[in-house]
Design a protein around this ligand. Structure first.
Ligand code: ADP
Ligand code: ZN
Length: 737
């Protein structure tokens, strides 16, 4: 009950009021002191409501208060919420993430709260059941009879549900209740969460799988921090193996968090979890309905939820008793959050495991170089699963040299790839075409004057989308219809589409394989978990012959009839000079190829390329991941790049280009330099204009041991920045745009 909790925090001032520091979920410099009214006791982590300006906000008690504010100016805490406290380990995590990413702790705290609705107490909901006595049947309309018929079938029903099933308006349900023809009953809003059962039997594991599972189970049972790389080819059973670790954590009474990069695509994962543990886990991602979000957040905090599977934001849920973290597909770039607080969820998950003194499992078929180096140096343990389950062979990967086997003019599929797909379809199997580019064409230009259609607010070309008949900026979302005449020269009907997007590949495939049932899968078409579920079912039931898509189709799926994968442009990811371009290309193409031949039918993958001799393509064809990683590691070590050195980016943005340039130049002049640290730039960002803001970048390059954050903090304190210019710090940047 409020006010009756042990008072561990609030210290009475010698004479003045007792006070507490309260951290607010706002980007303020730190916690604020508030006075505690007589009779109100609070402890660290308690959720409280406090005044701020002329409104009331929710915050979390964050220590005793430092007395910096004069007693007389302290405002009182309004109330303490009836909730378990934010656990101590979560509070340390907030402070740690804030210090690491160089954002105010309140901005991180906000991620642990997510929705203020989560803090409202659960409401009872009204349901309806049959009245006793029943109304006289002959006095009722047919609609009212239908309502009674639905209720006669079973338990009390929610109003909306009842109205839908009886085919009446919700208003009629309420009218009947008011007239006593049916009875309203209160139901608790939060039905209990079903508990996953760790004792159900999993599949019989192979010897390799069993050895890995035993090792993980032991580690979970022993407890304590430890990071393990679960390194196994696609289809080797990594999921089944880490399910054993989850079972061990559950058997020990602990909570479990599983982070997946694309929760929207995890229908199959959820099904497998339910098959193994008897119930579905709690989900946490941006598509969650508000009510379920609120229930889930609360149930994590009270411990009612035992397993959460979620996107990166799930890491900030207030687990009181987290005993294991699993990061699946740990190499995925999607774990890096690129707006708001810039953090890498995999790295923060390792920090969370460290703070909580619990084990963490990083699973991947193509682990990141960061993780591989940590395993090589013994910071992480490595468990390997070298073989595909059931003896399925890895797909045979071949390169198609586009210089010797070019597609027809104006087309993008080469003769060898067309032949392979035709053969696959004729055998009654499924094929997939991968191109990591949404829309119809990445560039639209005027045949008469060469004018290119660009975004007015960004340094980027507009992408034509034929499905929606519009041009779209993939960076800011700006959209416009294709103009009827060229804005450059006024010519009519002069636009040509340059280069392919998936929609254009679909057009070509439709022409080549008129009988094939094809489907385009991108973030434009795969809009949520429901759509993903439908897709998976359609492919499983072989209602689709040919999938054409972006990386939305690259991940996680197990489609037994899919035997041929074509990569339309294997060179695409290598352009641009990003330090991880080669690594990422290897990962994506390996993963896409791995969709082929996941059961007893052999699979193959064809990579269309202009550079079959490039190290990435050669390594893919040879299946030599470790050789590729070794070369990549040597190159990065030589240049002091991550993971052998550290990077941080400063991005200076504003509407006034001259002012942005001046601030960037001031920053460069004041930059820290020394044997361990150097600053490159400023340079216009590749996206020199984004959403109407001019952007300049500086890159901090430092030795591994260098305390980069401290250097940057002192540096920023030396350089005055006008309010109209923003300086964003990106520690460990993954995007260099
Ligand atoms: P990964 O996560 O390494 O890609 P999965 O765990 O998804 O591999 O396993 C691939 C497929 O093989 C899945 O359908 C899985 O159910 C099946 N599988 C893996 N191990 C076993 C096993 N020991 N017994 C039965 N099926 C298994
Ligand atoms: Zn734009």
């Amino acid at each position: 009950m409020p006010g009756e909790v042990a008072n561990s925090t609030s210290g009475p001032g010698p004479d003045g009021p007792r006070r507490a520091a309260v951290l607010l979920p706002l980007p303020l410099a730190g916690a604020y002191d508030y006075a505690l009214p007589a009779g109100l006791a609070v402890a660290d982590g308690d959720y409280v409501i406090v005044p701020l300006g002329n409104r009331e906000v929710m915050g979390v008690v964050w220590g005793q208060g430092d007395g910096a504010v004069d007693d007389s100016r302290l405002r009182p805490v309004a109330m303490r919420l009836d909730l378990p406290p934010l656990p101590a380990v979560s509070r340390r995590f907030v402070d740690w993430v804030a210090a690491y990413t160089m954002v105010p702790p309140g901005a991180v705290l906000r991620m642990t709260m997510s929705v203020s609705a989560a803090l409202e107490p659960p409401r009872a909901v009204t349901a309806y059941t049959l009245a006793d006595p029943m109304p006289e049947a002959q006095t009722l309309s047919p609609a009212r009879h239908r309502v009674l018929a639905v209720l006669a079938e079973g338990p009390p029903r929610l109003g909306a549900e009842l109205a839908r099933d009886a085919g009446v308006s919700p208003g009629l349900v309420r009218t009947m209740a008011a007239a006593g023809q049916i009875r309203a009953v209160a139901l608790a809003a939060d039905p209990p969460w079903a508990r996953p059962d760790p004792d159900r039997a999993g599949p019989d594991l192979t010897a390799d799988q069993q050895a890995a599972a035993d090792s993980l189970r032991r580690q979970v049972a022993d407890g304590g921090y430890g990071a393990t790389l679960l390194d196994g080819v696609t289809g080797s059973g990594k999921t089944e193996v880490y399910f054993e670790a989850i079972a061990a954590a559950l058997a020990g009474g602990r909570q479990v968090l599983v982070l997946l990069p694309e929760i929207a695509l995890s229908a199959q994962w959820l099904g497998r979890f339910a098959a193994r543990f008897g119930v579905a886990p709690a989900e946490w991602h941006s598509d969650l309905a508000a009510g379920l979000r609120r229930r889930t957040w609360r149930a994590v905090l009270t411990g009612a939820v035992r397993v959460v599977v979620g996107a990166r934001s799930a890491l900030f849920l207030p687990f009181p008793d987290l005993g294991l973290i699993v990061v699946d597909e740990e190499h995925e770039a999607a774990f890096k959050q690129e707006d708001g607080v810039l953090y890498h969820a995999r790295d923060m998950a390792v920090a969370r495991a460290h703070l909580g003194d619990i084990p963490i499992i990083l699973a991947s078929a193509t682990p990141s170089l960061e993780t591989v180096v940590n395993a090589d140096t013994g910071r992480y343990r490595r468990l390997a699963l070298p073989d595909r389950h059931g003896g399925a062979a890895l797909p045979a990967i071949t390169a198609v040299d586009l210089r010797t086997d070019p597609p027809e003019r104006g087309r993008f599929l080469s003769p060898p790839l067309i032949a392979a797909i035709r053969q696959t379809l004729e055998a009654g199997e499924q094929a997939m075409l991968f191109l990591n580019r949404r829309g119809y064409a990445p560039l639209t230009l005027c045949r008469a004057c060469g004018h290119r259609m660009g975004c007015p607010d960004c340094t980027s070309w507009l992408v034509e989308h034929r499905l929606t008949r519009r041009l779209l900026c993939h960076h800011c979302g700006y959209t416009a219809p294709l103009p009827s005449v060229c804005p450059g020269c006024g010519a009519a009907n002069s636009f040509v589409a340059v280069g392919p997007g998936v929609e254009r590949i679909a057009e070509e495939a439709d022409h080549l394989f008129p009988d094939a049932r094809w489907l385009v899968v991108t973030s434009d078409t795969l809009t949520g978990p429901k759509a993903a579920e439908t897709l998976v079912r359609q492919v499983h039931d072989r209602e689709i012959d040919l999938l054409i898509g972006t990386q939305m189709i690259a991940k996680g799926h197990h489609f037994p009839w899919l035997t041929c994968v074509g990569v339309v442009d294997a060179d695409l990811g290598l352009a641009g000079g990003d330090l991880r371009a080669a690594e990422r290309t290897y990962q994506v193409l390996h993963q896409v190829a791995g969709r082929a031949g996941r059961s007893d039918r052999a699979g193959r993958a064809l990579l269309q390329t202009f550079d079959p001799r490039s190290p990435v393509i050669e390594a893919l064809v040879r299946g030599d991941r470790d050789g590729f990683l070794a070369e990549e590691a040597a190159a990065r070590r030589a240049r002091g790049w991550p993971p052998f050195g550290r990077l941080a980016a400063l991005i200076v943005t504003g509407h006034d280009a001259a002012l942005v340039d001046r601030v960037a130049a001031d920053l460069a002049r004041a930059a820290p330099r020394g044997p361990d640290i150097d600053v490159l730039g400023p340079a216009p960002a590749p996206l020199a204009l984004l959403r109407g803001r001019h952007r300049r970048r500086l890159l901090v390059k430092a030795a591994r041991r260098c305390p980069v954050q401290a250097h940057i903090a002192r540096w920023l304190a030396r350089v005055p920045v006008p309010g109209t210019v923003r300086v964003t710090v990106d520690i460990d940047p993954y995007s260099f745009l």
